[in-house]
Ligand binder design. Structure first.
Ligand code: FAD
Length: 319
């Protein structure tokens, strides 16, 4: 049975987030021949219409509104609810990003609907929608089957293959009615600036307590720059104040799925693995051959990271 699938498209620093394209690709598949609608929020949203129509959106709802320029839970919840009502959307998808994690449960609750969060798989089976999501810190996988009512899901970034499917999208300008605002954002102060977004990075060079100091992250930063990647960290490194908590990967940090994850001086505690074990290729550099990280690594280098990392940087510079 065909379905009407809405994708809440997110932008960051003037660019659409890759996970939104992944969500559009999944939407096309789940729609089963039905409509795929993208919703773009904020001033300047119209600029992105062409880009989202590359991924099969039949319709693009454009919410050009000053109140939507910066994310606040109140405003986005109201706006998204109104789009869903207007469209009578049956399936609502978004990225498992900071915003997706915040807004999806609120909106789902307002509709009394179910939510599958942090999904790494999405299929249509005999008309039912089946989402797959990791549980118990990634030790097991749960399948959630939806066969009636509205369905909400957040998708883990970097998990779904992108498929371009250019169509001529119908543009629908939409003005949500925003009322009873409790929060107004006056200024955004960023802790980290520039660089590659950790949650969507294709390459991550991660440091643990083995990097020993703030300066110890420098060789990792250099390798990340050469590979066009981002720097991450274990909680051990964050707790030791070698780096900011914004870099923490794991159960209580960010969950990442890069193509290449290089763990430097990280022992491989289960809480760290929960955030990175789905990476496509894992390389571990550790001077302890018994370190548990080697059990999940595709390639292991037993050695001192301060010798190995600069060597890798030099080699990659030659490529
Ligand atoms: P260590 O375990 O101390 O390992 C350091 C490693 O560096 C060692 O294996 C050592 O052999 C190696 N090493 C040292 N020097 C060098 C060198 N020169 N060259 C190469 N290797 C070297 N942790 C997370 O990472 N993310 C989380 O989200 C997280 N959430 C948690 C939630 C809870 C509720 C709890 C209880 C814990 C959580 N932890 C988390 C902490 C986790 O249990 C570990 O304590 C932490 O991951 C250890 O960090 P580490 O591997 O950097 O440090």
């Amino acid at each position: 049975m065909s379905k009407k699938v809405l994708v809440f498209v997110e932008s960051k620093d003037g660019k659409l987030r890759n996970v939104s394209f992944e969500a559009l690709t999944v939407a096309k598949q789940l729609a089963g021949g039905g409509e795929v609608i993208a919703a773009l929020f904020g001033t300047g949203a119209t600029e992105f219409v062409q880009e989202v129509s590359q991924y099969g959106s039949n319709k693009v709802y454009v919410l050009e509104n000053e109140a939507l320029v910066t994310y606040t839970t109140d405003v986005y919840t109201q706006a998204l609810c109104q789009v869903i009502e207007d469209l009578q959307a049956e399936v609502i998808l978004m990225g498992h990003t900071a915003i997706g994690k915040d807004v999806a449960p609120r909106v789902a609750a307002r509709f009394g609907a179910g939510l599958a969060s942090d999904c790494i798989g999405a299929d249509l089976e005999n008309g039912d929608i089946v989402f797959t999501r990791p549980i118990y810190a990634g030790k097991a996988f749960q399948k959630k089957v939806f066969n009636q009512g509205k369905v909400f899901a957040t998708l883990r970034p970097n998990n779904f293959e992108l498929k371009e499917n250019p169509v001529q999208a119908e543009v629908v300008p939409f003005q949500p009615v925003i009322k009873d605002l409790r929060t107004i954002v006056k200024e955004i102060v960023r802790k980290t600036t520039g660089g590659v977004d950790l949650s969507e990075a294709k390459v991550i060079i991660s440091g643990g307590r083995g990097v020993k100091s703030k300066d110890g992250f420098q060789p990792l930063q250099e390798l990340a720059e050469v590979l066009g990647g981002a720097v991450g960290a274990s909680r051990g490194a964050c707790d030791a104040d070698f780096c900011d908590y914004a870099l923490q990967i794991g159960q209580t940090g960010k969950v990442v799925t890069p193509d290449l994850y290089i763990a430097c001086g990280i022992s491989g505690a289960i809480q760290h693995l929960a955030g990175m074990s789905n990476s496509k290729v894992i390389v571990a550099i550790n001077k302890d051959p018994e370190a548990p990280i080697f059990q999940v690594a595709d390639y292991g280098i037993v050695g001192d990271l301060f010798e190995v990392v600069p060597l890798l940087t030099e080699e990659f510079k030659k490529v």
